[in-house]
Design a protein around this ligand. Structure first.
Ligand SMILES: Cc1cc2nc3c(=O)[nH]c(=O)nc-3n(C[C@H](O)[C@H](O)[C@H](O)COP(=O)(O)OP(=O)(O)OC[C@H]3O[C@@H](n4cnc5c(N)ncnc54)[C@H](O)[C@@H]3O)c2cc1C
Length: 370
C-alpha cells in the first residue's frame, strides 16, 4: 500500500470513527481520522447517557443485537486496559404497574436470545430489598449494564491510533472524495490548510452529517442514501441525593429506550432522554417540559420532591425512521450496498452506538476484507 498517503482515512472523530480507526490501526494500517471540530468527540458522542448497554432489546439477527453485546464485552476490557473509569452498576427494567409485567417476559426472552449474561427476574419484594424507594410490581436485573467516562474512552482510542503511526487531524473537515482508477480514493480536506490526500480505504462515521457526507463522494448512488431525521432527547438533573444506585429503566417507548434514571460518575441523579423529532440541531432544554418529566418519573419514584428537577442538556439521535415508522438497524454500508470498493459508510448510528463502537470498528474492518 506504499502508493497512498494513508492506508485509510476515517471521517469523524466521535466514538465510532475513532473505534473504526483503532480497529484498522490494530491491523497495522496507517490511519488518518479527519475531524471538523477543534476537539474530538463533540458530536453525538458528547450528548448521551454514557450507559454501557447490556443488549437486551434488539431484534434477533440485527446488527444492534450482535454488536451491542460484542461491543459491551470489548468495551469493559478496553476500559480496564486503559484505566478509564466505569461503574458496572447494573440496571433494573421495571414494570411500574401490573399491565407492564408481561412486557418484562418478552424483554427477558429477547435478552436470552441475544446472549446477554446474568439476567434475573426479580419479584416486588426483591426489588424493594435492592432499591427501597423504587415503585415496581416486578423487574429484570441486568448486571452487565453500567456507565462510563466516554470522553476518556475516546482519548484512549486516539492514543492507540497515534501509537500505531496514525493521526487524528482536528479542525479539518472532509470536503469530498473521488474513487481512483485501480482502487483507493483522493480525499479533499478543508480547514485552514486545505489538502488533497490519497488512501486505499475510506470510512465515513460523521454521525448527524452522514447523509451530507455521502453526497460528497463521487459515484455514491444517491438512491442508497437513507433519509435522516433528528430525534432530540432532553435530560433533567435532580437537586438532592441520588435515590437509586442502579440504572432504572421503565419498559421502552416506541423509537427509544425511554426516560430512565442514572446516577452519574459524580454521584448525581440524571433523568432522560425523552424523544421529540426536531427539524434543526436545537440543543436547548425547555423548562416547560418539567411537569411531564416529573409525572413520568413518579411512576417509578413516587418520592420525587416537587421542584427538584432542573433542565440539564439535550442530545440529538441520527435517526433513520420517522415518528410512526419501525426503528431500523444500524447501516454499515460496504460495496454491496453502494458499489464502491474500499468504502464503508455508516448511517443511523444512534443508541446503542457508544456501547457497540469497538464492535462496529471490527465490523467495518471486516466489510473492507481486513
Ligand atoms: C440522547 C442520546 C442518548 C444516547 N445514549 C446512549 C447510551 O447511553 N449508550 C449508548 O451506547 N449509546 C447512546 N447513544 C448513542 C451514541 O451516543 C451514538 O451512537 C454515538 O455517540 C455515535 O457516535 P459517532 O461517532 O457515530 O457520531 P459523533 O459522535 O456525532 O461523531 C461524528 C463526528 O464526525 C464529525 N464530522 C461530521 N461531518 C464531518 C466532516 N464533513 N468532516 C470531518 N468531520 C465531520 C463531527 O464533528 C463529529 O465529531 C445516545 C445518543 C443520544 C442522542
Amino acid at each position: 500500500m506504499a502508493d497512498f498517503d494513508f492506508d485509510a482515512v476515517v471521517v469523524g472523530a466521535g466514538a465510532v470513527g475513532l473505534a473504526s480507526g483503532h480497529a484498522l490501526a490494530r491491523r497495522g494500517l496507517t490511519v488518518a481520522v479527519l475531524e471538523q471540530d477543534k476537539v474530538i468527540g463533540q458530536g453525538v458522542s458528547s450528548r448521551n447517557s454514557e450507559v454501557i448497554h447490556g443488549g437486551l432489546y434488539y431484534p434477533t439477527g440485527s446488527l444492534k443485537a450482535r454488536l451491542c453485546v460484542q461491543g459491551r464485552r470489548m468495551l469493559y476490557a478496553f476500559l480496564d486496559k486503559h484505566q478509564v473509569t466505569y461503574d458496572r452498576c447494573g440496571k433494573l427494567v421495571v414494570a411500574t404497574n401490573a399491565d407492564e409485567v408481561p412486557r418484562l417476559a418478552a424483554i427477558l426472552e429477547q435478552a436470552l436470545a441475544n446472549d446477554v449474561e446474568g439476567m434475573e427476574e426479580l419479584s416486588k419484594a426483591q426489588v424493594h430489598a435492592l432499591e427501597p424507594e423504587l415503585k415496581a410490581e416486578a423487574a429484570l436485573h441486568s448486571p452487565q449494564s453500567g456507565i462510563f467516562e466516554s470522553h476518556a474512552y475516546m482519548l484512549a482510542l486516539q492514543g492507540e491510533i497515534e501509537a500505531g503511526g496514525g493521526a487524528v487531524v482536528l479542525a479539518t473537515p472532509f470536503d469530498g472524495a473521488t474513487p481512483l482508477d485501480g482502487g483507493g480514493f483522493t480525499v479533499r480536506a478543508g480547514g485552514a490548510e486545505p489538502a488533497v490526500l490519497t488512501c486505499r480505504y475510506l470510512v465515513t462515521a460523521p454521525g448527524l452529517s452522514a447523509q451530507d457526507v455521502a453526497k460528497t463522494i463521487e459515484g455514491f448512488p444517491l438512491t442508497t442514501i437513507p433519509v435522516g431525521h433528528y430525534g432530540k432527547g432532553m435530560y433533567f438533573r435532580l437537586t438532592g441525593k441520588a435515590p437509586f444506585s442502579r440504572l432504572i429503566y421503565p419498559p421502552p417507548i416506541h423509537g427509544a429506550l425511554g426516560t430512565h434514571y442514572r446516577r452519574d460518575l459524580g454521584g448525581q441523579a440524571v433523568f432522560g432522554p425523552d424523544l421529540t423529532y426536531v427539524p434543526t440541531l436545537d440543543y436547548s432544554v425547555d423548562p416547560s417540559a418539567e411537569p411531564a418529566f416529573a409525572q413520568y418519573i413518579r411512576k417509578f419514584w413516587p418520592g420525587l420532591p416537587d421542584g427538584a428537577l432542573t433542565p440539564d442538556y439535550a442530545g440529538i439521535r441520527p435517526k433513520l425512521h420517522g415518528p410512526d415508522e419501525p426503528q431500523p438497524d444500524f447501516r454499515i454500508d460496504g460495496r454491496d450496498a453502494h458499489g464502491l470498493e474500499g468504502l464503508v459508510a455508516l448511517f443511523g448510528i444512534e443508541s446503542p452506538g457508544l456501547t457497540s463502537s469497538l464492535a462496529i470498528g471490527e465490523e467495518v474492518a471486516g466489510r473492507l476484507g481486513l
